[in-house]
Design a protein. Structure first.
Length: 287
């Protein structure tokens, strides 16, 4: 029987105190093995200090160009900000802008570099890179992220390929918009894998990503499906656990769902499903 390895990652570490609390609990009491920090968000400093106390929790960087204010002080970054100094572009507009002008790509690289540096300068070694709203899956931005991974000696980048079959039974049902989102991200993942092999940039360490089509609907039934129907030898599950008592509702569409995911990650049923399926839980640093 082929060994199945599973990384269970929590995005949005550093978003706020309540999300940080939930992520720590999902690791210490549940099956969470990994997280990625939003270095430019209000509770990033707290997240850094919490990560230092949790050596078994893999820590990557959740690259972000759509929420909050930038870390980079370079004037070039103003190209992607509004008049109040906040990130101004939606993921779609950001992707388009990255295609049109080298000044925008320079601004993107400067800001993403600053976010990675904050983590490293605080004495932490990132295990991998991923991104908010899957922005690193846009081919132009993906090439930037590859350059930064090389520069900072970060060995892995999230591979955003989610197999099409997870959108259909026996997996939990998803809605049309979720399937469309997963399809777009899947297509870009295929392009990036070809580009990675062509340029010999071997940063993909997993065979699949799970949780794209089910974002907002991850629960115990979803984890049961992962244990039974996932065919990838090494997969990552993308989750968003947390509490919501200080969550800024204007920054995220995932609200009470975060508490539902936290409960599922800590559930005895989830743990038993993985045990019965002989799944080994790991983080990127253990691959």
């Amino acid at each position: 029987m082929t060994e199945k390895r599973l990384i269970i990652n929590a995005d949005d570490f550093g978003l706020c105190e309540s999300v940080n609390k939930g992520i720590v609990e999902a690791h210490t009491k549940g099956v969470l093995t990994s997280t990625t920090i939003m270095a430019n968000m209000p509770a990033a400093g707290q997240a850094v200090e919490l990560a230092k106390k949790l050596p078994t929790l893999g820590l990557g960087v959740h690259l972000n160009l759509t929420n909050g204010k930038p870390l980079c002080k370079d004037d070039a970054v103003k190209l992607i900000l509004n008049s109040q100094g906040y990130f101004a572009l939606s993921p779609g507009k950001l992707a388009l802008a990255s295609l049109l002008t080298g000044k925008v790509t320079a601004a993107i690289e400067a800001e993403l570099s600053a976010q990675i540096r904050l983590v490293i300068n605080n004495g932490l070694k990132p295990t991998h890179l991923d991104s908010h709203k899957h922005i690193h899956s846009f081919p132009v931005i993906f090439r930037i992220v590859c350059r930064l991974a090389k520069q900072f000696n970060i060995p892995a980048i999230r591979y955003t390929f989610e197999p099409k079959q997870v959108c259909f039974t026996p997996w939990p049902i998803t809605d049309r918009e979720s399937r469309k989102r997963a399809s777009r991200v899947r297509t870009m993942a295929k392009i990036n894998r070809w580009q990675s092999m062509h340029d010999r940039m071997f940063f993909f360490k997993t065979d699949a990503l799970l949780g794209v089509a089910h974002t907002g609907n991850i629960n115990v039934n979803f984890f049961r499906a992962v244990s039974l129907y996932n065919t990838a030898s090494t997969a990552e599950v993308m989750t968003h656990p947390g509490y919501v008592y200080d969550l800024d509702t204007t920054t995220t569409r995932l609200l009470k769902q975060r508490e539902a995911e936290l409960e599922a990650l800590c559930s005895k049923k989830t743990k038993q499903y993985f045990k019965d399926a002989r799944i080994t839980l790991v983080n990127y640093g253990q691959l």
